[in-house]
Design a binder for this molecule. Sequence first.
Ligand code: FMN
Ligand code: SF4
Ligand code: SF4
Length: 315
Amino acid sequence: MMEAKDNGKKGISRRDALKKMGLFITGAAAFGAHAALTSCDGRKKKRIIFYFTATGNSLYLARQLADNDTELLSIPQMMKLDRHDFEADEIGIVYPIYGHMPPNMVRNFIRLARLTAAYKFAVLTYGMLDFNAAELWDGISQKNGTKFDYINTVMMVDNWLPNFDMAEQIKMNKHIPEQLEKVKSDIGRQRHWVKPANEQARRAHDGFVSFARLDPEVGFLMRSEKYFRITDACVDCAICTEVCPRGNYELTSAGVKTEGDCDFCFACIHNCPQKAIQFVNLPGDPLLAHGEVNPKARYRNEHVSLWSIKNANRQ
Ligand SMILES: Cc1cc2nc3c(=O)[nH]c(=O)nc-3n(C[C@H](O)[C@H](O)[C@H](O)COP(=O)(O)O)c2cc1C
Ligand code: SF4
Ligand code: SF4
């Protein structure tokens, strides 16, 4: 895989940074235009891929795992439509891990879903540490009656604002094309495998859950009015009302208001063009006691448009 050369300057452009990370891919590769899947009897195989995304990493990955005949279905849209029965030759799911766990909405989706397919795979995106994320999904999905044959993780930009500066994250080379090729090849040959976890990873996850005061059966389920505030920089563009998978934002005569159960996905905060959505100051909160690292830096995957995020999450 070709990598962009350092331009010798101290600061590098976003485009160069993305090139270094392997995120700037042009042409067919960017859209996953690989050959259509065929079964041994020559019939075209039908693949469905479900996704949940806030800043585009998981949608980008889902697109890369799709061919021209794949149905890409947004989990927030399926939940909105009350659609739970699906049948295909292969069914996949792509989601971002939150505290190594699935987003609460993805948990609810798998609780209600009836997925019929000869081969099922899950690919989880993460930023820095995935610990026992694959094993957790294996347990949660099996408990809800669905067994996935293949579960793997792919490291991408970490959009967790309390600990990471997005300006720094986008400069890191996380070898995404190489990870993607491996996952594509595994899925292409219907590999049966779940990324293993060790005792240390399990302990680290348990430690995080108790430190963050989360219920391991629920994961992140916050209240948006407790964690987010809208500053005077807001220009009433209404983007937040469309990118939130819970529909928690509303334009009112008194300005933008947010309220409701919240996956803590950060679609609102990252996609606000004015950076007008900020974390509330919460000195006693285990996750936000120190606010965020860089309130001036926000992130959306280079290959995914705002329109796509709205389309995925609009309620
Ligand atoms: C609430 C929350 C919790 C997160 N927890 C983890 C984590 O435990 N480990 C990790 O490596 N990344 C974590 N991340 C980062 C995301 O999993 C990662 O950036 C993901 O690729 C974002 O996907 P998206 O762009 O499709 O929304 C977290 C992000 C959020 C918003
Ligand atoms: S996205 Fe930002 S600027 Fe636009 S309405 Fe929402 S808070 Fe205001
Ligand atoms: S309020 Fe923000 S963080 Fe919460 S679910 Fe909506 S978009 Fe995600």
